[in-house]
Write a protein that binds this ligand. Sequence first.
Ligand SMILES: C[C@@](CO)(OP(=O)(O)O)[C@H](O)COP(=O)(O)OP(=O)(O)OC[C@H]1O[C@@H](n2ccc(N)nc2=O)[C@H](O)[C@@H]1O
Ligand SMILES: Nc1ncnc2c1ncn2[C@@H]1O[C@H](COP(=O)(O)OP(=O)(O)O)[C@@H](O)[C@H]1O
Length: 289
Amino acid sequence: MADLPSAQDWLSAPAPAKLNLMLHITGRRADGYHNLQTLFQFLDYGDELHFRRRNDNQLTLSPAVDGVEFEDNLIIRAARMLQQRSDNPCGADIRLDKVLPMGGGLGGGSSDAATTLLALNKLWDLGLSLDELASMGLALGADVPVFVRGEAAFAEGVGEILTPVSELAEPWFVVVCPQVHVNTGKIFSHEGLTRDTDPINIRTALRQGGRNDCQQVVTMLYPEIGNALNLLNKFSSAKMTGTGACIFSSFNSETEAISVSEQLSAEYQAFVARGVNLSPTHKVLFRPS
Ligand SMILES: C[C@@](CO)(OP(=O)(O)O)[C@H](O)COP(=O)(O)OP(=O)(O)OC[C@H]1O[C@@H](n2ccc(N)nc2=O)[C@H](O)[C@@H]1O
Ligand SMILES: Nc1ncnc2c1ncn2[C@@H]1O[C@H](COP(=O)(O)OP(=O)(O)O)[C@@H](O)[C@H]1O
């Protein structure tokens, strides 16, 4: 009988969700992209990836992600980028436990890509620095660098100019995921989007928070998201993350958060997770206890 792979052959690492605790749009660039100011914090909740080195240069991914072609998957695109940085053939079998909803503003695809960059850099012994990996990640998506660097951050530019923040409180969040897929490009090209919020400095962002400038347009286009906000607002002030569809409220204790999530109507998918300033990926790959 063929030997089954042993658990030790696999390198496992989380790909956590992120929240945009505030998101201001401060301008539109000549290339059509928008300048933002946003506070990113991670959640101790998300996808999980498992990597096993192969002796050839093949990549496999199981299971496939519904609706995403193999070569379009951000996991495979990240792995291909790293293969180009190696003189030796490197391949990997990759397993994905997908938990995060796609297009929910929780950054699941970007987080999968970042975890792949960090884990395969280690597994293939490539020795690339976090700076190099973050800049490779930016080519895959504006949110990839913050996941690569692994520290909660105030982000500017399109999200790539990062100032780490360690002083954010780490509350418990109820995250509600209305079953709608929001198209990010459609929101940013909408004529009703506010694009002229005055820039604030990081101290103001940390002290006062801020709003999500995409929320008004998104709730107009997707009333289900507005309904979910109205419901969650009854318990604690609720806000949208990224360009939606997910929304969140913070609570001081896990018990309170669980109690609220249990009171939400059964029609909403919701989960409870803690906000964390150090990415769970970094905890596992770089600071194992
Ligand atoms: C705005 C954020 C905040 O976290 O929203 P979420 O995706 O998380 O919801 C992200 O930075 C989104 O990043 P990402 O999801 O990678 O967006 P991309 O695929 O790069 O962009 C999709 C489209 O949105 C527009 N876009 C995106 C980001 C940006 N700063 N300005 C833009 O105008 C562009 O038209 C682009 O073609
Ligand atoms: N591994 C992946 N996981 C999720 N989405 C992926 C992945 N690879 C590519 N994508 C594509 O990226 C899009 C954005 O996904 P995701 O990052 O989950 O949403 P958001 O940016 O709204 O948080 C998906 O709709 C999908 O087409």
